[in-house]
Design a protein around this ligand. Structure first.
Ligand SMILES: Nc1ncnc2c1ncn2[C@@H]1O[C@H](COP(=O)(O)OP(=O)(O)O)[C@@H](O)[C@H]1O
Ligand SMILES: [Mg+2]
Length: 272
């Protein structure tokens, strides 16, 4: 049986799709058969970040309406053999996804895959609820900002009340905190929330901290998940997070501000 993992946040633009692409690629690289599903009907962009947009013929809605078989819609990644992508539809009809339809897809995928990652749309409306409904585990993506932390807190409540596990009174969805776009220098200047503050509010185990990094934009522009960018700090942080997810113990990196040199302290300049 596959493990279903939702990548969720409540708030939009925090890095869910970036993290879904990175995580799915990382899990697949470690040999796990992994499929990543884009639940963002209408705004699909996981296929772009994964660099497969030109190979999309059918999507999740086509499968649900019976216009295509699941196998026709799945796209096999060309870089990592054990990775597949199920794209979202660009239809404006948000009701095109149904619980029964998604249930059938997840059940079928469960037979072939170790991990099913669900890239959630923003909000706590239907699409986001469907993305998290079948989850066994949740990666809650949070930026070091009050509004993002508040929305993550809200989504934690939803996970524990509206998921299938909650409805069926099973063990709760296992939650992981992934802090992204973290900029230790801005945190030190008091412009962003500290890691400890975020953890204090959300109180779920920390899976990783991904630093703000230009390599993320470069990666999405070229359609290569940032985890494949070896020297990139964000890529390294995602590799650490995947390793921790798979049970390895790794120290947190990229969480401390650069130490200022004597001269910059003297003249008040910012560290380069
Ligand atoms: N670690 C990061 N460093 C810099 N930019 C990032 C980082 N993570 C995400 N972004 C940028 O933030 C924006 C939103 O990311 P995305 O993954 O699409 O978020 P969501 O799926 O939550 O809406 C994108 O422009 C992306 O390039
Ligand atoms: Mg997204």
């Amino acid at each position: 049986m596959a493990q279903v993992i939702v990548v969720t946040s409540g708030k939009g633009g925090v890095g869910k799709t970036t993290s879904s692409a990175a995580f799915a690629t990382g899990l697949a690289q470690s040999g796990k058969k992994t499929v990543v599903i884009d639940f963002d009907v209408g705004l699909r962009n996981l296929d772009l970040i994964m660099g497969v947009e030109r190979r999309v013929v059918f999507d999740i809605v086509n499968v649900i309406t019976g216009e295509a078989k699941l196998n026709q819609a799945l796209i096999r990644d060309k870089r990592v053999e054990t990775l597949s992508i199920l794209p979202a539809s660009q239809t404006r009809d948000k009701d095109a996804l149904t619980k029964e339809g998604v249930a059938t897809i997840i059940e079928e995928l469960s037979k072939d895959f170790d991990y099913i990652l669900c890239d959630s749309p923003a909000g706590i409306e239907k699409g986001a609820l469907l993305a998290l409904y079948f989850a066994d585990q949740a990666i809650v993506v949070t930026n070091p900002e009050v509004s993002s932390v508040r929305d993550s807190d809200r989504i934690l409540g939803v996970l524990q009340s509206k998921s299938r596990r909650a409805e069926e009174k099973k063990d709760p969805v296992k939650e992981h905190l992934l802090v992204t776009r973290y900029d230790p220098n801005r945190v030190e200047r008091g412009e962003m929330l500290k890691l400890e503050d975020i953890q204090e509010i959300l109180r779920i185990p920390l899976l990783g901290v991904v630093p703000e990094s230009e390599s993320v934009l470069k990666a999405s522009n070229t359609g290569n998940p940032v985890i494949l960018d070896e020297p990139s700090p964000a890529g390294q942080a995602y590799r650490d997070a995947v390793a921790r997810f798979l049970g390895e113990d790794r120290p947190m990196r990229f969480v401390d501000a650069e130490k200022k040199g004597f001269l910059s302290r003297l003249f008040g300049g910012r560290a380069a």
